[in-house]
Design a protein. Sequence first.
Length: 198
Amino acid sequence: MKQLIIATKNKGKAEEFKIMFAKYGINAISLLELEEDIPDIEETGSTFEENAALKSEGIMKLLNIPVMADDSGLMIDALDGRPGIFSARYAGEPKDDQANIVKVLKELENVQDPNRTARFVCVLSVSIPGQPTLFKKGSCEGKIALAESGSHGFGYDPIFIPEGYEQTMAELEPNIKNKISHRYHAMVQLEEWIQNLS
Ligand SMILES: O=c1[nH]c(=O)c2ncn([C@@H]3O[C@H](COP(=O)(O)OP(=O)(O)OP(=O)(O)O)[C@@H](O)[C@H]3O)c2[nH]1
Ligand SMILES: [Mg+2]
């Protein structure tokens, strides 16, 4: 089976990539599965693209094989696009999905329905030794729920209601999330590259 290293230590992302790449006959292997201890890469960039490149290029240089990375986040209009690139650690260190949700709901306490619009954004970067890094971006429009609900997915899924649905992303079955998510929309644009992967 063909394989591709995904430069992520996020279990939720890793599971979604496993499923999405399996359709192309590719085993997507996250850093959580590697035998060697891979150091954490500091995400010091100021855009999703810069942070994705830091991850895919950093791990590509370490292993000398093709590597894909995902930098993603939630952009809330009423918060001027926050948490954005700071989504993973919005409530501070260490990374805590539940604390992040509590912080967002608190910040939106006085914001009513038509103004709770938001989108998930995902930038995928592919780094191959000797080649310039390739970028693809996807997004998923929606709004922030009044309270959290659902147990699927990860991150902010329990408070994100995708456009066209009444339930949160965490209430939807994973196979639905994987057909509408920001990650899916970025992946679709990589289809040709994925099919040519040797
Ligand atoms: O509800 C969610 N559903 C999603 O589908 C999703 N995708 C991203 N996010 C949020 O954005 C951060 C990414 O930050 P991020 O790209 O730096 O990833 P990360 O630090 O978690 O792992 P790594 O890939 O860097 O190792 C994550 O932690 C989450 O808080 C999501 N939340
Ligand atoms: Mg990260």
